[in-house]
Write a protein that binds this ligand. Structure first.
Ligand SMILES: NC(=O)C1=CN([C@@H]2O[C@H](COP(=O)(O)OP(=O)(O)OC[C@H]3O[C@@H](n4cnc5c(N)ncnc54)[C@H](O)[C@@H]3O)[C@@H](O)[C@H]2O)[C@@H](O)CC1
Ligand SMILES: [K+]
Length: 513
């Protein structure tokens, strides 16, 4: 699903009205009706007090449409207009008059703090103050109104955006953002819903199709792509009857050091579970018995050193390499990476300590194999690209890094992003249960295993992140968020494949935004 900028959505609005010969007012009526239907289906006429806070732009206009429809259907509604300027939009004004024509209870005009109503915890708030037209942070009494809504603890439904947040640039004042419980957003979710700083203001959202021009949406290059199940299904490559284990490649996992051999096991297991034909695990000598015992399906090669990796030598032909999990950052290991990066031919996933080695040794950056997949967690990312001012700055810096070195970079988190040059792919699967030791090692194994099956680096990353999150969703549904361990995620990868095409969703598999 495409994620558009505020500007592109405004443009889509214009193109739609012109091409489809409808007015902006018709579009607003469509948008407002959809919000009303959503509420009406859930409330079924319940006499709960509903407070609708409208701005004076088109977001406010949407609020007025919803208010009118709710009043016409007998709901207990009070509409407030935050009258912060007289420059009201045309569609706002028309809908303002429409409310007046059907109700004796005219909208309450608010011009200061004194006009704030009491909002009880069990009331419903509809937030239609600002949408994608926000052009500065709310200040003064408008900011206080937002805080008044937030402290009410009532269920707050935001129309299009939580007011006070920008769609695609950094929010400046987090104290002036509506903390929505749910957002009904038009046509497509906004970029800021997926970022750690702002995502918490839109914890649940649904995109309502308001019929913007399909051709415009289809041909417009989006800011990012949201990867949902239909997209993930297209990534999947079906196996053929006469395929054999050689078809699915030989994955080499280079991982582990004294006390960290689990990283090697988790990655190797994940590479198998995702479908690599063969997996060889390269570990320090002390890991030999551990790996052979823990994962008998894997072949094991060892370094000549007992405790750490110092020289990566192998005479097998491998289809993909996953390197870095638990290897430490000693200078001997850095030298081994230098040689590996310079000589290896197979596509590579570079994770964890290998990334730390890179950030500490510029010489490694010079030999970083092109088309590699880098999978940093936030701390590792910061060491690679430097500090960032906000989430958007982080994405821009990551894009630059990706472009400069021609590598795929993941920004891991609640909605892991895969960045390749200017392209951003946002993952929709996963949950807080996956914030557990070793889940990153599993992800590296997954992507390595997909690379070994011939998926290209970008596809292996985007698809791997999706399947990894889906496995996490399924297993957390079975055993709780708290109980999930990384090996559970690896062992549930099979269910994630099944869930991709299951007629009846695997429990947990349907938990997606
Ligand atoms: N495809 C579309 O673009 C559609 C948009 N619709 C609605 O229209 C909204 C966008 O409407 P608008 O562009 O009129 O903008 P908004 O309604 O988001 O509000 C912006 C208005 O408030 C003012 N303003 C911005 N920041 C302010 C601040 N901090 N303090 C005080 N005033 C401020 C602006 O000057 C402008 O008048 C969408 O979010 C959506 O709700 C829908 O009606 C349907 C279709
Ligand atoms: K809003």
């Amino acid at each position: 699903m495409k994620i558009f900028s505020a500007e592109q959505l405004h443009q889509a609005d214009k193109v739609t009205t012109k091409k489809h010969e409808i007015t902006s007012l018709d579009l607003m009526e469509r948008a407002g009706s959809q919000i009303f239907n959503w509420l009406h289906q859930r409330l079924q006429g319940a006499p709960v007090p509903i407070h609708i806070f409208c701005g004076i732009g088109n977001n406010g206009g949407d609020g007025l449409v919803v208010g009118r429809l709710l009043i016409e259907n007998g709901y207990s509604v009070t509409i407030y207009v935050a009258n912060f300027t007289d420059k009201r939009s045309k569609c706002f004004l028309v809908n303002y008059d429409k409310v007046k024509s059907i109700s004796k209870k005219w909208p309450v005009l608010m011009t200061s703090e004194e006009d704030f109503p009491q909002i009880n915890k069990k009331d419903i708030v509809i937030d239609a103050l600002f949408g994608i037209g926000l052009n500065r942070s709310p200040e003064g009494w408008v900011k206080k109104l937002i805080q008044h809504i937030n402290t009410s603890e009532s269920f707050t439904l935001s129309i299009d955006m939580p007011s006070g947040m920008y769609a695609d640039t950094a929010t400046e004042d987090f104290d002036a953002v509506v903390e929505a419980n749910h957002v009904l957003t038009f046509q497509a979710p906004k970029f800021s819903f997926f970022l750690p700083e702002t995502g918490k203001y839109a914890p649940y959202f649904e995109a309502l199709d308001i019929g913007l021009d399909p051709e415009f949406l289809h041909t417009t290059e989006p800011l990012a792509q949201l990867i949902l199940k239909p997209q993930a299904q297209q990534f999947y490559r079906q196996r053929k009857k006469y395929d054999h284990k050689g078809t699915f490649g030989h994955a080499l996992i280079i991982a582990g050091s004294y006390g960290k051999m689990g990283a090697a096991i988790l990655s190797s297991k994940a590479a198998f579970r995702i479908g690599a034909g063969l997996v060889t695990c390269f570990v320090p000598e002390c890991g030999y018995q551990i790996v052979q015992t823990a994962i008998p399906e894997a072949m094991t090669l060892t370094d000549k050193e007992d405790d750490l990796i110092t020289n990566i030598e192998f005479d097998i032909e491998v289809a993909a390499i996953g390197v870095g999990m638990g290897i430490g950052t000693k200078k001997e290991t850095v030298a081994a990476l230098q040689k590996l990066f310079s000589e290896a031919k197979a596509p590579m996933v570079i994770d964890a300590d290998a990334l730390n080695c890179i950030s500490e040794n510029e010489s490694l950056l010079k030999v970083l194999p092109k088309q590699s997949v880098l999978t940093p967690h936030p701390g590792e990312l910061k060491r690679l690209i430097g500090d960032w001012k906000n989430d958007f700055d982080k994405i821009e810096k990551t894009k630059k890094f990706s472009e400069k070195y021609e590598v795929v970079v993941l920004i891991k988190g609640a909605n892991t992003m895969t960045i390749f040059g200017d392209m951003v792919y946002i993952n929709s699967t996963g949950n807080p249960g996956m914030a557990t030791a070793g889940s990153g090692d599993v992800l590296s194994g997954v992507i390595t295993g997909l690379l070994s099956q011939g998926y290209d680096p970008l596809l292996a990353s985007v698809f791997g992140v999706y399947l990894h999150g889906s496995a996490g969703n399924i297993v957390s549904q079975q055993i709780s968020f708290e109980a999930v361990m990384a090996s559970d995620i690896a062992d549930t990868l099979g269910d994630a494949y099944i869930e991709l095409f299951a007629k009846d969703p695997v429990p947990g598999g349907e938990q997606q935004q």
